[in-house]
Design a protein around this ligand. Sequence first.
Ligand SMILES: [Zn+2]
Length: 237
Amino acid sequence: MSQHHLPMPDGETIAYHLERRSRKTVGLKINQQGLIVHAPKRLSQTELERMLLSKAAWIVKKLEAQQANQLEKFSWQDGASLLLLGNEITLSVRLDAVNRALEYVPGLICVALPSPDNQNSIARKVLQWYKKQALTDFTRRVALLAAKLDVSVPPVLLSSARSRCGSCNSRGEVRLNWRLLQAPPHIINYVVAHELAHLKEMNHSARFWAIVERIYPDYKNAEKELKIWSARLHQIA
Ligand SMILES: [Zn+2]
């Protein structure tokens, strides 16, 4: 499966996963991952995008509905699926007389508390853990990439912004969204590289991108992938 962006007349783009198959027609599917397109091997990319554009209104409507649905539907209960560093992990919830500290073993987050049906208590506990892990993880990445860029290590703060993954300010602080911890490591590295490059260039000029490229050569693909991931990062909160 490869990732693509469909340019729309209004300047927006729609991200989609493309899979070429031996089939005669184009199939569209919208799920948790977004838009999935199954296309015949022989259909040219131009033809395919023309066809997708003709269905753009329908696609956008479906994508929005899917997103709304996902947000509403997530339920904090035993067996729920969470994302951590790009991997799916399972939430295990059990009853315990004592409210225990969250335990993490690879692939599994275990919560034990006296009220295992209280979704709010579970959510609070898990989100608190994510934020703590995020700060540790991001701080380490910032230190590594700052060294590579030859800048002094900036203070790292966590953000919970709805739309942005990262930002930095003129005081030289880097803010990273804890939700990013759900994305694969190379995407987190890209966001860190991007924000660190802003310590040298506070804009998106060619000079800025040249700095990004120095510490993250494959930044163009990462930027595209980040767009696709962004939608999934809001699944749990
Ligand atoms: Zn930027």
